[in-house]
Design a protein around this ligand. Structure first.
Ligand SMILES: NC(=O)c1ccc[n+]([C@@H]2O[C@H](COP(=O)([O-])OP(=O)(O)OC[C@H]3O[C@@H](n4cnc5c(N)ncnc54)[C@H](OP(=O)(O)O)[C@@H]3O)[C@@H](O)[C@H]2O)c1
Length: 253
């Protein structure tokens, strides 16, 4: 048996309990992984609060993890026992129910297609913090057809997704000008991530920002607010990631 955090009803964090679970056995295409670090994202508490992704109880929350392979199914070709791996073990694009056994457990099983080798220069904790947030950030750039040299305005530049959007814009996708919002204590932090300009939303109202941008990446769901007040005349590509559209995680227009 192993220890895992789980819930058997929807509700606030008080529904979480620590208990005993069987150690899962990998299927043909799955790895069995000893979890060394797990990370939580907003989807994990939203899923616990209400049935946005209905699944049978008990549910062990958590999508992201980093760990060590301790077993594998016969069809696994890319990994061996002892490999250090990381990834988001839930496949939101599969159209099936999410796994009941998430990453807040000592041992999990996961399809090898969802997992990558952990880079040596990342700790288990650092690696576990990345998968779902970086997938979300990259999905926004790709779906919006972002092109090198374009300018970007990021709402929520200090958040889990926003920190990655800032870095990807500047250091991977070649944005020519990166502007991000954050609150006063995090201005320097977001500058260090690569933002050319940081808008402190406690001191500057969005509607007072008067430049035009090619691409708006909104990680906190201020979409309507942006369209109503930004002087952009519906010109930018907009990626919405967050709470405003009935929990659709990422939405492009
Ligand atoms: N994390 C993921 O993997 C993921 C995946 C898909 C979708 N999403 C969705 O994306 C949204 C953001 O997720 P996250 O993980 O990035 O959350 P997060 O880490 O909590 O970041 C949210 C950021 O929003 C900023 N913020 C709060 N109020 C603001 C305001 N009034 N004006 C401007 N900025 C404000 C905060 O900035 P300050 O700290 O500067 O106040 C905070 O850093 C959530 O709705 C989530 O469901 C997340």
């Amino acid at each position: 048996m192993q220890k895992a955090w789980f819930y058997e009803e929807y509700g606030p964090k008080e529904v979480l309990k620590l208990g005993d679970f069987p150690i899962p056995t990998p299927l043909h295409n799955q790895l069995q992984v000893q979890v060394r670090a797990a990370a939580l994202n907003p989807i994990d508490f939203k899923r616990r609060q209400r049935p946005i992704f209905p699944s049978d109880f008990p549910v062990v929350p958590g999508c992201d993890m980093a760990g060590v392979v301790i077993g594998k199914g016969g069809g696994v070709t890319k990994f061996d026992v002892g490999d250090e791996v990381y990834g988001n073990i839930q496949d939101f694009n599969a159209g099936e129910k999410l796994k009941q056994l998430g990453t807040l457990a000592e041992f999990i099983v996961v399809e090898e297609s969802l997992i990558a080798t952990k880079p040596n220069n990342l700790s288990f904790e650092e690696a576990a913090s990345l998968p779902l947030a970086v997938q979300t950030a990259i999905e926004g750039f790709k779906t919006a057809g972002f092109k090198e040299g374009q300018t970007v305005f990021i709402v929520g530049g200090a958040g889990g997704v926003g920190t990655l959007v800032v870095q990807l814009a500047k250091h991977l996708y070649g944005a020519s000008h990166v502007v991000a919002t954050t609150s006063t204590p995090k201005v320097e932090f977001v500058e260090k991530l690569g933002a050319d300009r940081v808008v402190d939303y406690r001191k500057t109202r969005y509607e007072d920002v008067d430049e035009k941008y090619d691409f708006l990446y909104d990680t906190i769901g201020k979409f309507l607010y942006g369209f109503l007040y930004f002087p952009w005349n519906f010109q930018p590509r907009v990626v919405l990631c967050g709470k405003s559209l009935f929990y659709i995680s990422t939405w492009i227009c």
